[in-house]
Design a protein around this ligand. Sequence first.
Ligand code: ARG
Length: 562
Amino acid sequence: MDYKSYIAERLAAEGVSAREIAESIAVPPDPAMGDFALPCFKFAKVMRKSPVAIAEELKNAYPTDEVIGEVSAVNGYLNFKVNRRGLAEDVLLRIFKEGARYGASDLGAGKTVCIDYSSVNIAKPFHIGHLSTTVLGGALYRIFNFLGYHAVGINHLGDYGTQFGKLISAYKRWGKKDEVEKGGIHAINALYVRFNEEADEEMEREARENFRLIESGDKEANELFEWFKSLTLAYVKTIYERLHITFDSYLGERFYTDKMQPVVDELKEKGLLKESEGAQIVDLEPYGMPPCLILRSDGASLYATRDLAAAIYRKNTYDFDKCLYVVAYQQNLHFKQFFKVLELMGKEWAKDLVHIAYGMVSLEDGAMSTRKGKVVWLEDVITKCVEKAYAVIDEKNSALENKREVAEKVGVGAVVFGALYNNKIKDITFSYDKALNFDGETSVYVQYTCARAASVLAKARAEGYAWSAEDVSEPCPQEFELLKALGEFPEIVRAAAEKYEPSYVARFCVDSAQKFNKFYFDCKILQAEEGVRAFRLALTEATLTVLTNALTLLGIGVPEKM
Ligand code: ARG
């Protein structure tokens, strides 16, 4: 039951739609106030009455029933108390019926959302800076799919540019086939770094020539390039697997090589292209932005040119309803510029392109900082977190089976959750110890809560108890708060998609886990009398189902035992 809509539909207010009312309804921080509350201040202007008068009037008109039993007006707020048993029946039934699909919907049926995320650069480190784009994008991908959209995950590979010429030069000078084969991306990156340190003018010239060879289709240069690419992809895929990240397309920047000329032609045709110091640009001064560079004076294309071609290609290929770009806020201007250029080209769908900007992640731990000129590889952060998780688990419960497996779920989960827990635009400092705190606002706290619920259920089964969604009795306050939270999940998932904020789901996890633990410590589950026990076991199972669904959406595994 969507209580907010239920209430809103029964509140006829002049000049205000039910949807607007539903969106204004909130859950008061103090449950004593009511289960839902509508602040009436917002409506004072349209209705030309004081909020206090509006609340009073709406209260008198509201038809209470078996769903909403009580309405009161307090200081301009309209407070609603729901029938607690009715809510319990409703929420439990739905969770038991829908199981792993609880929270899912067909809201997005027939709609396609392209999501450009992670978008790694070939032969460059896959570093801590890629964490947020990878896990935010991965979470959005799952959330949109869960809501019935057709999500298309795109890894827009950075596989274009003069650096590949440099890499070929470096390899030809210093590289050994078997060493590179063995060392993979680390070996390639070392060659690249060495080239940049040692290159003189002659070497730079040679690198440009090698790049030209790739471009002109030279066989040897292209074989080397493809080799470097496959080594990079093999490497990043091992990390994607650990993070539960998948893509539908790995079409990188290079794919658009032959698709840029038509864009340039179209820009010219539409009178948008201008020459400036030998380069071809689109003037964006009227929109308060620097010009968007399309072709350099030597005729070379730019990042924006390839993004223009890619957006058009995606529209033609997927006919998306939205195309999201999960990229750090440092590229704000780039996205504003090329979105504007598409709009000027008359692409009405330019409005459907969304830059999902996010803040920076840095490490609290100074030992692995970028200050020493060393890049922090994402893999090292994950590995270190898993090791630390192992140590914590071993200390807490050294007899646990599958400690390695559990540590992988806990450690990876901590890194992922660390990047997803805060509003995405915030800069964050990752701390291993905080992320692995069993009592913090952490994934391990949520995972531990799941294991606790699973263990209660296992014990109950062993003792021969049975329960179902029908085993409902009048909920006590702890049970009721938990049920209310679980009942909000479908709406949380919808809001997370609408605002592109997986953090809503992460916060939901912590909030519900806290409510479960309050219930667990305050109410006896297994020792309760028979009818109440069955209800509490059903509630325990429902909690486990919903938390599992939520963590899965974030890409975090749920250990059965901890
Ligand atoms: N590879 C780029 C970088 O590391 C990110 C690409 C983002 N996607 C895009 N369509 N521009 O900065």
